[in-house]
Design a protein around this ligand. Structure first.
Ligand SMILES: [Zn+2]
Length: 585
């Protein structure tokens, strides 16, 4: 990732991984390494190691490992460039200003900045309308009626878009070109191309991106105007599927609490945040999109879904569960009980029952499994057909659970709850799981494979023995000595690195490997070991050759025994003699 000569590369050269990681957890010197309690999985005895010379870390418990950037990315749930910036800051390395590469890029950046600036101005305009105009007063009354005091209005930047028709347009026109205004999503065009305000007679809710910059508005009709909710359209700065409402303010709480409350709309998010639960985000629309899930996943992998209890909300809940499971989230579902006759969304529930009742409901919210089973209870389960329908409703979710043990627990639960014969159900589940297999990512294995000491030594020397690793790589390649070994893929990657003009650092070689090989590779790098010599390397190569001979000998012997009088017998016997001679050397 860190290209030679790049800023990232320079940061990596200068940063001290022990110091950076030491800011997050207590490290103790232990032999050549530093060890501590792994921050990525719960543990009581340290299995997390940092190597000061190689500048890498590895956890022998959960298998996480990499360089200083990998660590910061995992800890801060941030993308690579952000990690580079953070490490640079921690180490006092000055950060160069990003350069735009092409004139188009510069133009786009300018356009984006201008649009963000325009949204800031629109925001002050809406707020002022709410605060100072007669129309705004009516809007305030409506908000107060919904339990929103001035403090809340100020905290969430709630404003008002007047009924006039083109008041905002005329205001912004003084400063911005009409072409840019057209891109902003703040205007609409009527017959004859006349521009007017997109939002009229509506309460406005600013929608900010992750870093708190306003990039769009969500607006609710004040009267009975349709549609009830109207949002900004997609624009150069706003993509609906990539934004979560309130995320900019929820970030810290998400990290601290390590779970998110997911609601449908901004009114719900505001109500929940006001109840003291700041780790709430809204999908702003009934369907949660993949980019939104990826975004959330940078902060936490645990979610309580609390959508509206209506049919649309239920469908959205089920769709969200699917998507979240696919992205390895731990999901719980809060389905609020109705209040009297009325179905309760979070906003209504908190207004009627108070924050404490909501917090309690949140705490008691069941895992999605129970929620889904509960949904099937409403189906007719007295007939075989009905049961089949219930199982078919549940199966797609089971298919999405990557973990085999969890899947098995599900099976037991479903069979108990729905009174379905367990073996029959298990067969269906196994089939479902098998159908899924082709699309599943390989799951990290719990145990690395145990490679033979010779292989471990050779890999270590390929990485570290600067004096002879090239020669060693050539020998291994010529004799194809590593082919067929458990560690074949690790050898292949380290040989390529050792043969290259500028051997890649170990972390980059590791990055090329699949999870289980990468684990083993890091384990090997962390073993206490003496420095290798060419003599040792040669004797290891010899041992591999010996193994190769043994293997072939066994194969030839089997052939001979299989068909003693066969036509190839002479050749086989000759080959056997050759191999025996080789073995004797
Ligand atoms: Zn760990």
């Amino acid at each position: 990732m860190a290209e030679a000569g790049s800023f990232a590369d320079r940061v990596k050269q200068q940063a001290d991984i022990v110091r950076v990681i030491g800011e997050y957890l207590r490290l103790k010197k232990s032999g050549q390494n530093f060890t501590g309690l792994c921050p990525f999985h719960g543990e009581k005895t340290p299995s997390f190691a940092v190597h000061p010379v190689k500048q890498i870390f590895h956890c022998f418990g959960c298998g996480k490992g990499g360089d200083v950037f990998t660590f910061v990315m995992e800890m801060e749930k941030c993308p690579f460039p952000e990690a580079v910036r953070m490490v640079a800051e921690k180490c006092g390395i000055p950060i160069p200003r990003p350069k735009e590469r092409t004139p188009e890029e510069r133009k786009e950046n300018q356009q984006r900045s201008a649009l963000i600036e325009m949204h800031r101005e629109a925001q002050s305009f809406f707020v002022k309308q709410l605060e100072t105009t007669a129309e705004g007063k009516a809007a305030r009354a409506y908000l107060e009626d919904r339990g929103m005091d001035m403090e809340t209005i100020a905290r969430f930047g709630i404003g008002y878009a007047p009924a006039g028709g083109d008041i905002l347009f005329r205001y912004l026109k003084q400063k911005y070109a009409e072409k840019l205004l057209a891109e902003s999503g703040l205007l609409s065009r009527g017959d004859g191309g006349r521009a007017f305000d997109r939002f009229r007679r509506r309460i406005t809710f600013p929608i900010a991106n992750e870093s708190g910059k306003i990039i769009a508005f969500g607006c609710r009709a004040l009267g009975d105007d349709q549609p009830k909710y109207l949002n900004s359209p997609e624009s150069p700065i706003y993509s609906k599927s990539g934004v979560l409402y309130h995320l900019d303010r929820a970030k810290d709480a998400l990290r601290r609490q390590d779970f998110a409350v997911l609601v449908e709309g901004y009114m719900d998010a505001i109500a929940v945040a006001r109840a003291g639960i700041s780790n709430v985000v809204a999908s702003c629309g009934t369907s949660l999109a993949e980019p939104q899930i990826k975004l959330l996943g940078r902060f936490t992998k645990r979610v309580i879904v609390n959508y509206d209890p209506d049919v649309a909300g239920q469908a959205a809940t089920e769709r969200s569960i699917s998507l979240l499971l696919e992205n390895d989230f731990e999901v719980r579902v809060l389905a609020l009980p109705p209040i009297g006759e009325k179905k309760a969304d979070p906003d209504l529930f908190i207004r009627e029952k108070g924050p404490e009742a909501y917090i309690k409901a949140l705490k008691d919210s069941p895992p999605y499994v129970d929620y889904l089973i509960d949904r099937t209870r409403k189906m007719d389960l007295t007939t075989g057909e009905g049961k089949l329908r219930a199982v078919n409703f549940l199966l797609p979710y089971v298919q999405k659970i990557p973990n085999r043990i969890l899947r098995s627990e599900w099976a037991t639960r479903i069979s108990q709850q729905l009174r379905i014969d367990e073996p029959v159900l298990r067969a269906a589940l196994t089939k479902a799981a098998a159908e899924r297999r082709s699309e599943v990512k390989t799951q990290p294995q719990l145990v690395g494979k145990a490679a033979k000491p010779i292989e471990r030594r050779l890999i270590r020397m390929l990485v570290e023995a600067e004096g002879f690793r090239r020669e060693l790589a050539q020998r291994l390649q010529e004799g194809r000595l590593y082919v067929g070994l458990e560690t074949e893929k690790i050898f292949a990657a380290t040989i390529v690195a050792a043969l290259s003009e500028h051997p890649a650092p170990a972390t980059e070689v590791g990055a090329l490997l699949e999870e289980r090989d990468r684990r083993l590779f890091f384990e090997i790098l962390f073993e206490e070991a003496h420095e290798g010599t060419w003599e040792e390397a040669e004797s290891c190569l010899e041992a591999l050759r010996g193994r190769q001979v043994e293997k072939e000998l066994a194969l030839v012997q089997r052939e001979i025994e299989k068909n003693p009088g066969g036509p190839a017998m002479r050749e086989l016997l000759a080959r056997k003699q050759e191999l025996l001679k080789k073995r004797a050397v």
